[in-house]
Design a protein around this ligand. Structure first.
Ligand code: APR
Length: 251
């Protein structure tokens, strides 16, 4: 697919790239987003399935919801946007880091290692009583409410719910301070703190690029913006950014 590239960014050994991703990057892998017409919350109230209070009220409902999401994520495969980011990490090594709000694991399955899953992971859960952590793969998901094999406490999915503090915020703050190119892909820009990262990166002097199906809420903070599907846009953009050039736009 040929796309109109409007930026003059060239990425080289001088560039420290941080990418923030959201549900949109996994849409072309067949996973539903949260706030589109057919969004994930459609049949459930966020308060019921994505808050600690909802879990206290009806843990079996919450487990049904996350068992289903875990099963969908396992069946999904990374798409060309995930693979394009894996290619960037192969080229840039530790100068390339991903912060993701996604819990589907598709960045790691595409080959990225430098991934901060700030909203947790669908393939893990932990005990509310003793804190022991488990891979979903070894948990008995046939029961309606899984319990901890060590202390019999109630297990919960290892995802960050509304009202809880996302993971890795201290690391993320440092990454944003140090990067000189900040790329945001497939997120509506409404959920904080992630929605504020692009503004922080911009004020720290980074160039900022957005790629999204539609203009996100925080679109004014992007130096360059591409409207469309990330699986179609990103492979060409990555080829363009990685072509070595004497023009050092991101130094
Ligand atoms: N390519 C690029 N962008 C896409 C694509 C696509 N193929 N398909 C959809 N999008 C865009 C949508 O237009 C929307 O702006 O991705 C965005 C997805 O937004 P949300 O559904 O709000 O998902 P996200 O921003 O990741 O949500 C943030 O909110 O509910 C919480 O914890 C949950 O991590 C989630 C957080």
């Amino acid at each position: 697919m040929s796309i109109k590239i409007s930026d003059n960014i060239k990425i080289g050994s001088w560039t420290r790239v941080v990418v923030l991703t959201g549900a949109g990057i996994s849409a072309e892998s067949g996973l539903r987003t949260f706030r589109d017409g057919d969004g994930l919350w459609e049949n459930h109230r966020v308060e019921d399935v994505a808050t600690p209070e909802g879990f206290m009220r009806d843990p079996e409902l919450v487990w049904r919801f996350y068992r289903e999401r875990y099963s969908h994520a396992l069946k999904a495969s990374p798409n060309p946007a995930h693979f394009a980011l894996a290619e960037m990490e192969r080229k840039l090594g530790d100068n390339f880091q991903i912060i993701t709000q996604n819990v589907d694991g598709l960045h790691r399955r595409a080959g990225n290692k430098n991934v901060y899953e700030m909203h947790g992971r669908l393939d893990k859960c932990f005990c509310q009583s003793c804190g022991s952590s488990y891979e979903m793969a070894v948990v008995n998901l046939a029961v309606s409410l899984p319990h901890c094999p060590q202390c019999s406490g109630i297990l919960r999915p290892d995802v960050v719910w509304f009202g809880e503090i996302p993971y890795y915020l201290d690391v993320i703050e440092k990454l944003i301070q140090k990067c000189n190119l900040f790329i945001v892909i497939g997120t509506s820009g409404v959920v904080y703190p992630a929605a504020g990262f692009v503004m922080a990166a911009k004020y720290n002097g980074a160039k900022t690029i957005g790629i999204n199906l539609e203009k996100p809420r925080n679109a004014e903070h992007f130096t360059f913006f591409y409207e469309g599907k990330s699986g179609e846009l990103l492979p060409s953009l990555v080829r363009h950014w990685l072509e070595f050039s004497a023009v050092d736009e991101t130094r």
